[in-house]
Design a protein around this ligand. Structure first.
Ligand code: NAP
Length: 206
């Protein structure tokens, strides 16, 4: 690895992980010249009280299965093994220790998260620790100007990246599984098999 490693951190619930996430990570790897992308399934998401979230272990295993064939992708247990609610700033501080003070960290997540970032725990400190790569779905206004209020507060650490494959969404997949509709070609076959084998998402989506 370079003296100044450039590490992408793909933060998300991954319930379940799908091709949109994988394409996003690959795109970020190339566009931002990263050494690798570390998928970071959230442990106990702080804002997911309105719906059932699959166990951390299920979400972790699905992410491992989905990324296994890509040598540039890793999956971390940092957040799922850390007790208590998951705050991204804590993760960034841990990663800074692991990769050293010269490392450059790039937090990759959905653009929706950017709009909430100022309400996150220690948002200012988080912004100092990494660049935020906001992945947008088609139709989402990817223009950085539209994120201006956020950009102003956390500049210069915000980048937008449009990813057409993000038309795929975890919530749509959960609703398809519960409605017995096909999910083939939306996520890796082995992940679909894991969902089927473990009976995930069978209950109707609320
Ligand atoms: P979410 O509400 O599940 O997702 C928001 C949107 O972004 C959804 O459309 C989602 O699509 C998409 N998305 C999520 N992760 C993505 C990724 N890595 N790449 C591309 N699109 C992605 O958000 P979340 O997953 O709970 O949270 C996102 C990240 O922000 C997590 O790492 C979480 O820990 C962090 N976060 C931190 C705090 C805090 O520190 N206080 C608070 C909230 C969130 P899919 O549903 O298809 O994934």
């Amino acid at each position: 690895m370079r003296k100044t490693p450039r590490i992408g951190i793909m933060g998300g619930t991954f319930d379940p992980v799908h091709f949109g996430h994988l394409v996003t990570a690959e795109e970020a790897l190339v566009q931002f010249n990263l050494d690798k992308v570390v998928f970071m399934p959230t442990g106990r998401p702080v804002r997911k009280t309105h719906r059932h979230v699959s166990s951390a272990e299920d979400r972790y295993l699905m992410t491992v299965i989905a990324t296994a064939s890509n040598p540039d992708f890793e999956v971390s247990r940092l957040e799922i093994d850390r007790p208590g609610d998951t705050y991204t700033v804590d993760t960034m501080l841990q990663l800074r220790e692991i990769y050293g003070p010269r490392s450059e960290l790039f937090f990759i997540s959905g653009a929706d998260a950017v709009r909430e970032i100022l309400t996150w725990k220690d948002a200012g400190r988080f912004a100092e620790l990494c660049t935020f790569i906001a992945a947008t779905r088609p139709g989402f206004d990817a223009d950085l100007d539209s994120l201006e209020p956020v950009q102003g507060a956390v500049a210069p650490h915000l980048e937008a990246m449009e990813v057409p494959a993000l038309a795929i969404s975890s919530s749509d997949i959960r609703s398809r599984v519960s409605g017995r509709r096909p999910v083939r070609y939306l996520l890796p076959e082995a992940v679909a098999a894991y969902i089927e084998k473990n009976g995930l998402y069978r209950e109707p989506v609320v």
